[in-house]
Ligand binder design. Structure first.
Ligand SMILES: [Zn+2]
Length: 324
């Protein structure tokens, strides 16, 4: 990698804590990368409104900058024919990053949803896959805490670069679903040091795994992925989004079990089209739309039916819980 692309190197919290380095990177990039400075300023103009949906609340964010990402063609042919925007060689000249243990490159997201929004790209161009990166996911969550939470969008449900392994990081405490977990989740059981909970009346199939040991948590997460894989006939990864936060010496991983990436209304014609494309942030209660029409029209009943439509059925979730 060209040396001028490297803003800093992270080798462990003892030298310089990672969240601090990320904030320094963001400040440097806002000064020296005009597109990012504009994107961050535009973020102050996004509109947000809250929609009470029965037992939970959702925030809708009108963010025109997200049109490219939300509407990205993610079929195999389109992916093959575009230069990969996460490969270092294709980054804008001004963009710099933090080398994380030699494996990842932490970058400022050029189309932010929150005032601090990072993309954590693998340094090799290799497929988006949670199984091969679980250990990294938990370690990054630990190193980014307490300021940032990390998330993962599966290659078929939210990742706009399914061909290049990456995570994203956003400020901790911003997503409605991660607050109020006492009310919104029911305790299921404890397996080998991992507490397992499931979402309660959330119109989505969500598991929450909580543990003090990364290794035990990793084992249970692998088991969940294996059980999800079973009903699938292809070798492709089961559709999930995952968010991890680390606090009070505990990891908490939220897994959204999915059946579809985009609701049918995304592909409808004319007035009937709804421009939302759901990744981890949307599934956790901040729904992004780049169109003012959808920002105005989305109501509780639409949101509830879209969440149900893109989520794994309750029957399948309950079967999986029994098998755990
Ligand atoms: Zn790439």
């Amino acid at each position: 990698m060209e040396i001028q692309k490297i803003f800093a190197k992270f080798e462990g919290n003892a030298t310089a804590p990672l969240p601090g380095l990320c904030m320094e990177l963001l400040e440097e990039q806002k000064k020296n990368w005009p597109e990012l400075a504009i994107a961050c300023r535009e973020l102050a103009n996004v509109l947000t409104r809250s929609v009470p949906c029965g037992s939970y609340d959702v925030f809708i964010q009108y963010n025109p900058q997200r049109e490219v990402s939300s509407g990205a063609a993610v079929d195999k042919e389109s992916i093959k024919n575009r230069p990969c925007f996460l490969c270092t060689a294709n980054l804008p000249a001004e963009q710099k990053g933090i080398v994380y243990h030699n494996d990842y490159f932490i970058l400022c997201n050029p189309a932010p949803i929150f005032d601090k929004h990072f993309t954590i790209a693998h340094r090799q161009h290799k497929l988006q896959s949670i199984n091969s990166s679980l250990v990294d996911f938990l370690e990054l969550a630990h190193d980014l805490a307490p300021e940032l939470d990390i998330f993962y969008n599966g290659p078929a449900c939210g990742a706009s670069a399914p061909d290049h392994m990456h995570f994203q990081a956003i400020p901790a405490g911003q997503l409605p679903l991660l607050k109020n977990t006492d009310k919104q989740f029911r305790y299921i059981k404890e397996i080998n040091g991992v507490n397992i909970y499931a979402g309660k009346n959330l119109d989505r199939s969500i598991l929450l795994l909580e543990a003090k040991s990364a290794e035990q948590l990793e084992n249970q997460l692998r088991k969940v992925m294996q059980l999800l894989q079973k009903p699938l006939t292809t070798s492709e990864e089961p559709m999930i989004n995952a968010i991890c936060s680390y606090a009070a010496a505990k990891w908490r991983v939220f897994i959204f079990l999915r059946e579809k990436h985009r609701p049918d209304a995304f592909f409808a014609e004319g007035e009937k089209r709804i421009f939302i494309s759901l990744g981890a942030i949307d599934m956790a209660g901040v729904i992004i739309t780049p169109l003012i029409k959808d920002f105005n029209n989305l109501d509780a009943s639409l949101i509830r039916s879209i969440y149900q439509e893109v989520s794994l059925s309750e029957i399948s979730l309950n079967r999986l819980i029994e098998e755990l």
